[in-house]
Ligand binder design. Sequence first.
Ligand SMILES: [Zn+2]
Length: 207
Amino acid sequence: MWKDASRTPLSGGHRFTSLSDRLDRPDLNEMLRQPYPGCTPLHPPAYAEDPGRARPASFFGRMYGTSPAAVRAHLVKVNWFGQELPFSRVNGANLALEAVAHDLAARPELKRYLTPSAGTYLWRVVAGSERQSAHSWGVAIDLNTRYSDSWQWEGHQEFARGIGYRNRMPQAVVWAFERHGFVWGGRWYHHDTMHFEFRPELSFGRC
Ligand SMILES: [Zn+2]
């Protein structure tokens, strides 16, 4: 239920025909189908384990903006270790990112993983798909590409078996984000280890 008392149904009534279809046309039930293991020890995800990767575009558009202009109207600057990064203030996403920065500032040995950030807001679809990226809504951040690993760099088709998993992001970085309501792309079979996005409906825990 939204603040104006209107409702979005959990089911969109669509019968999924494939794993890709689940990502192309997810409803809220599909978004919530795989529990996000926030604040648990890092581990390589199982085949097709992608908790948080399904994003109903209409839901996020309504929350954060359905056009670049609408999203930009909500963006404010967050100081990320000296970089001024635009981030949405909707749902306090900017405050959550500031809290992550505050926690991680106490761990100078982790700074090389965090900065330079490869970016936050960018209105775009996910490469090779028609799915809107979480970066479009100003609630995602990419960290230092130098320590990043991505399934897409391995040359596999999506949902291919045997996509090799690699991660160099320390657990302390992941947990700092997760404790403030972010999900991490390194918990996906289709891993993207520099990527974090504010998803307080999915990620919460004590760590
Ligand atoms: Zn990203």
